[in-house]
Design a protein around this ligand. Structure first.
Ligand SMILES: [Zn+2]
Length: 139
């Protein structure tokens, strides 16, 4: 394992911000795609085991949870409306959909955090330094 951060020439940088986001969503290092991004459920590794990118500086904060709430809310709102308008009592609807929404939110939190970290890294937001190659910048 190298002790120094590998240069962009030594690794396979993602082709664009969507590729960086997808690598993060797969819980892989967004920079190289060769190692895991998380050491615990929502705790990123301090440094990538392959490219040595410092992930301890990421500042995803609460944004993945906001995205999760937004997505789960929009997916379940039509279900709530359909269940209540279909004659199911509001309390039964709540009893069914509350655990469903919690499970959905928990299931999507880690990939969402990885995607947010990939997005922040690609765009050089927060403590990250933007390092993508410019077109025609081949060495
Ligand atoms: Zn890496």
């Amino acid at each position: 394992m190298p002790s120094q951060r590998l240069s962009p020439d030594q690794i396979d940088l993602p082709a664009g911000w969507i590729a960086a986001l997808v690598r993060g969503a797969k819980c892989q290092c967004p920079r190289c795609g060769e190692a895991v991004l998380f050491r615990k459920w929502l705790k990123p590794v301090d440094r990538c085991a392959h490219c040595r990118q410092d992930w301890s500086i990421q500042q995803a904060d609460d944004f993945p949870a906001y995205i999760g709430i937004f997505v789960v809310g929009h997916l379940l709102a039509p279900v709530v409306i359909a269940m209540i308008s279909g004659g199911i009592s509001p309390w039964l609807t709540l009893a069914i959909l509350l655990p469903v929404s919690v499970v959905m939110l928990i299931a999507m939190l880690q990939p969402t955090k990885g995607a947010v970290i990939g997005f922040l890294w690609w765009h050089g937001i927060g403590a990250f330094r933007q390092e993508r190659r410019k077109p025609g910048d081949e060495a």
